[in-house]
Design a protein around this ligand. Structure first.
Ligand SMILES: Cc1ncc(COP(=O)(O)O)c(C=O)c1O
Length: 404
């Protein structure tokens, strides 16, 4: 099939729910992807954070190939060697008290499990989430997601989930009632604009949850697996949640969701109360074992610290040159660059010139490069962003003044 045929078929037969970019990607290696015409791109989007190890990591590829010939599917009602190996590797890296996991297939599913767990464990219905939060789009996760464009068409959502202003722990304290089961939040709001909380916020929320005997559930779907320079985002603040939601990169690119909690909390879910057919499939778990091995053996979280600093410094230097850049923020390789205008043009033009980046809301360019990205690739990405932001600035400022 040629490029046009592929685009036509997807447009004709797939639900029209994705904002499509006019690129047909067919190959990837490390931080690079290639389209059907052989054009190379630096991938700072990594399938929305999935390809955090880089595309087609050799250890993951080999593990998938070997396992595919052994056993692909095995329902969790039976035991399986790869599942056991994966879960052992997982609990060896999760914060100490989080040692019992439920395996599913996506970030939203990991959040669904957390919501059910909170209600079942505490016997209370209410969950406190943050304004600006993103937790996924299934009905339960959507109820905790903030943006009304995602929520409003599907009302009524599940009851007793309320949103409070972020970054001020007192807002959480004020919202807690005798019906509150848990606080659910991202350590860094990703989709909400790469928003890093003020110093002491996460620790204060932990303390409030302890005082009030409610659960702290961290959605680490985007902030874990070395992304922020630590294996889990919460480690940047020395906070351990009661429940943690994981997904995206944990199976090297195959679909996975993980809800992890301490045994006491997880054991409140009884046989049959929660399950999914694909939970912990051998193929996914084999990929997950290889992914965790690569993360640890190649010290990729440390590399994220170094490359994150380098990338952020590059973006900051762009900020000094371009007035339309309002702020650069980020931790490790989770980076955001807020513009004074809509970012869609910049994203489209960057893609045309070989750099894939994401948005996070209307005005933030979000960069989620893989942990294996190198200085040269970052330099190339910065050079392209410099060019397209310069052009955007020229176009905008030649017809009006730059807003504050
Ligand atoms: C923090 C967070 N939670 C949950 C999700 C939902 O994950 P999924 O799209 O795999 O359902 C996402 C997806 O981007 C996310 O960033």
């Amino acid at each position: 099939m040629n490029e046009k045929e592929i685009m036509d078929i997807e447009t004709r037969y797939l639900a029209n729910v994705f904002s499509k970019k006019p690129v047909v990607l067919t190959r990837g290696k490390g931080a690079l992807v290639w389209d059907i015409n052989g054009k190379e791109y630096i991938d700072c989007s990594t399938s929305y954070g999935v390809a955090l190890l880089g595309h087609c990591h050799p250890k993951v590829v080999a593990a998938i190939q070997t396992q595919a010939e052994q056993l692909i599917t095995c329902h969790s009602t039976y035991y399986n060697d790869k599942r056991a190996e994966f879960i052992k590797k997982l609990v060896a890296i999760t914060p100490k008290s989080l040692d019992k996991a439920f395996l599913s297939n996506s970030g939203a599913e990991s959040v669904e499990c957390a919501i059910k767990l909170a209600r079942k464990y505490t016997g209370k219905p209410e969950i406190i989430a943050l304004m600006g939060a993103f937790h996924g789009k299934t009905m339960g996760a959507l109820s905790a997601t903030w943006d009304k464009k995602y929520r409003e068409p599907f009302m009524p959502l599940i009851p007793e989930i309320k949103h409070v202003a972020p970054d001020n722990p007192e807002k959480i304290r004020e919202a807690i009632t005798e019906k509150t089961a848990a606080v659910l939040m991202e350590p860094i709001r990703g989709e909400g604009g790469v928003r890093i909380p003020p110093d002491g916020y996460l620790q204060a929320v932990r303390q409030i949850c302890d005082e009030k005997h409610i659960l702290l559930m961290l959605d680490e779907v985007q902030t874990s697996f070395g992304r922020t320079g630590k294996l889990f985002g919460c480690e940047n603040w020395g906070v351990i949640p009661d429940v943690m939601c994981l997904a995206k990169p944990f199976a090297g690119g195959l679909p996975i969701g993980i809800t992890v909690a301490n045994e006491n909390i997880m054991s409140s879910l009884k046989i049959g109360e929660h399950s999914t057919t694909f939970s912990g499939s051998p193929l996914v778990c084999a990929a997950g074992c290889a992914a965790i091995d690569a993360l640890i053996e190649e010290k990729l979280a440390d590399h994220a610290v170094e490359m994150g600093r380098y990338f952020k410094a590059g973006l900051e230097s762009l900020q000094t040159e371009h007035k339309i850049i309002k702020e650069v923020r980020g931790l490790g390789l989770m980076l955001g660059m807020e513009l004074r205008y809509d970012v869609l043009n910049v994203i489209q033009k960057a893609a045309q010139r070989g750099v894939l980046v994401l948005d996070a809301g209307r005005t933030v360019v979000r960069l989620l490069p893989p942990l294996v990205i190198n200085n040269k690739q970052i330099d190339r990405a910065i050079a392209v962003l410099d060019e397209v932001i310069g052009e955007e600035e020229h176009e905008r400022t030649s017809c009006s003044t730059v807003p504050n």
